[in-house]
Each structure stands twice: as C-alpha cells, then as structure tokens.
Ligand binder design. Sequence first.
Ligand code: GRG
Length: 313
Amino acid sequence: MDFSTWMQSIQQRTEQTLDHLLPAPHLAPQRLHQAMRYAVLGGGKRVRPLLCHAAGLITGASSEHLDIAASAVELIHVYSLVHDDLPCMDDDILRRGKPTCHVEFDEATAMLVGDALQTLAFQTLAEHTLCEPCNDDQRNAQAQEPLEKSAAARQLNMVSLLAHASGSRGMAGGQAIDLAAIDQALTLSELEFMHIHKTGALIRAAVLLGAHCGSNLSSEAIRHLDHYAKIAGLLFQVVDDILDSEADTATLGKTAGKDAAQNKPTYVTLLGLPQAREKAAELHTSARAALADFGTSAQRLIELTDFIGHRKF
Ligand code: GRG
C-alpha cells in the first residue's frame, strides 16, 4: 500500500471511531452533542492519529487498539482548537475551512464542547482495552493474574501520559506561555520552550501512546521514539509558522497571517523566512535520523515525517 492510501485509510478509521465514540446528535443535550460532532468530525489532517498508528506499527500494536488511543489524542487536540479559537484566546472565526465552534453555536457552548471533549478522551482511554500483553509480561507471568495486572498498570500509565501532555506542564501550560508572549520579544530558546509544550507535548503523547499499544516494547525503543517525537513536534511547529506567513486562508482552512497580526513571536519573525526554512530542513533530517535504528518497521513514520516537513496546509 502506498503512503497516500495508508494515510487515507487511517483518516477514515479515525473518522469512524470518533463518530462511534461521540454521543449521538439526538441525545440530550442535543445542542452540545451537535456542537461536539461539528467540531470533531469531517475535517483536519489527523496528524496525531497518523503518528499514533505509525508508531504502533513499530511495536506490533493492533489497529483496533491504535484506533482508540489515536482518537483519544485527537479529542484532546480538537478541544484545544475549540478553546484556542474563543474570543478570550485567539479569537478566530475560521477553523478547518468552516466557522469556528463559537461562531456556529455560541461561546458558552464552545467552552462546554472543549470541556466535554477533554473528559471524553480520558473516558475513552479508561473504558477500552488499549494494549497487547508485552514481552516482559509473557516472560514473567506464571499465572493469568500478574499478566492482567501488568497490562492494567501499562494502561494506567497511558492515561497518565496523556494527562501530563495536556495539562499545565504540557499543552495548557504552553498555551499560557503563548498568551503571555503577545507583544513580547522572546529568545529562540524561549520560543522553543513554548512550542515544546503547546504543540509538541501532544505530538509526543501521540507517538508514545501508539508505541505503548504494542507488545514489542523495550525502554530503549521508547527512549528513541520519544527523542524522535520531540524533534517531529518542533518540525511541525516551524512548518506551521512558515505556512502562517506565506500560505493563504483558503489553503490553510484557518486565518492566515494571524501570528503577525497579533504580534506573536514565531520562528519566521525571529529567524526570517530563509532561516526558518533552513531550521525546518535541519529538524526534518534529524527526525529521520532518530528513526534509523528501527529499520523498515519505521517506514510509515518516516513517510509521515516527510509529509509533516513538506506539507502545504
Ligand atoms: C486551549 C489548552 C489550550 C491549548 C491550545 C494547540 C493549541 C493550544 C492551539 C492551537 C493554535 C495553533 C494554530 C497552534 C499551532 C500548531 C497547531 C496545533 C496547529 C493546528 O494543528 P493541525 O494543523 O490542525 O494539526 P488540524 O485542523 O489539521 O487538526
């Protein structure tokens, strides 16, 4: 299967899983459920679910387990977009090529959409089986009970991983730094610190959760994947800054040039466009190199890294 067909198949699986996980639109309270479905379904590149599935291929995870982990990460991502678009934050009217959630519904509903998507993500991780018994479980288990306990402990670790990535030491903290940075001059390392949290933490969680769904796990493999994910998160953000400065609103499906309009520091404002492009190329090369030890099992992750590095929207 070529990369583009694989990507479409994961995007379709993600759409179906999210459709199934979200409350039906006729269930009370209908307006909230309709708004949740409006925000989540029918749009977005699904980069985080793709990363989750691609990392899971390295550790032999099943597609069904990956669907659940990938959807939980996407629910957190969409909650962050809905809240980020609110007038009290980025105040935007366009997201994924359609009116933002608070414009289509109203501000209070959009707040609740974010809240409810976040809790649905954790409910999803808690209520489904997420991981295969791992090699250590199989080696150590004398009986069924230790094996089950171990799988449960790993699942709990996955819930904790997503919570850390989303919270004040992760994405929400990064957003706080971002809001405080408006009209401020940041150094490159301060900008990087912000993005490692705001965008990078969830990208890292997507990769690690995918890997944890599998059985072929070693702590060294996890360490390497984590290193890869940190670089990939930064690459995603540098490319995002470049696109914000040079692509148009119709292509992006969100308001272009927003960072400059709000006087927000970006890689482009700090480095200039040519050097930001150079930085993206360096990160792209480093991210690919970080996957070298995984051989052909990382093929999809390498292709996805190329997609992130070369994306046009
Ligand atoms: C409100 C707690 C809270 C956090 C918001 C992620 C975020 C933090 C804000 C989004 C603002 C933004 C445009 C950040 C730049 C990188 C980014 C996350 C872009 C949007 O992600 P894509 O391109 O979007 O993956 P799609 O729509 O394809 O899913």
